[in-house]
Design a binder for this molecule. Sequence first.
Ligand code: INI
Length: 163
Amino acid sequence: MPTFEGRFTNVSDLRIAVVVARFNDLVTSKLLSGCLDCLERHGIDTSASSKQLDIAWVPGSFELPIVAQRLASSANYQVVVTLGAVIRGDTPHFDVVVAESSKGISAVARETGIPIIFGVLTTDTMQQALERAGIKSNLGWSYALQALEMASLMTVLPPRKLS
Ligand code: INI
């Protein structure tokens, strides 16, 4: 009985795209910093001339799925990380933005077969979002780890034969 697990090593051929929402960029830029720090410490070249990492900025979390879809379907990346922050207190249409973003991101992953990491913070207050983006811990770091794990796991799973 095989057990399939992702690893965090052998990253030299890995190509990753990160899509970041500019809305609440006080939070999302910190998530991005945490994400890049983790990738760099696991051996990914995060320099400006990197061939392993591309970053795309979108206006808000609502736009994450369409850009994740374009990047995932390019066949240039083994995993895509999406980063956003939707804050209930400041957002009358919080539920709409969160639902569209989360449903869209999971649909893209299933459609393309490329793992898309859901790195969208959904909190009641800006304070809670900042706590998760560096004041207490930085979830950007965790999203990067999940990306490495999923990219690796997909290489050891049986190939998709049915569409
Ligand atoms: N986008 C976010 O990422 N977070 C939010 O909290 C937010 N609020 O508050 O509305 C938000 N709105 C913008 C939305 O994602 C789209 O960019 C916009 O509706 C244009 O399509």
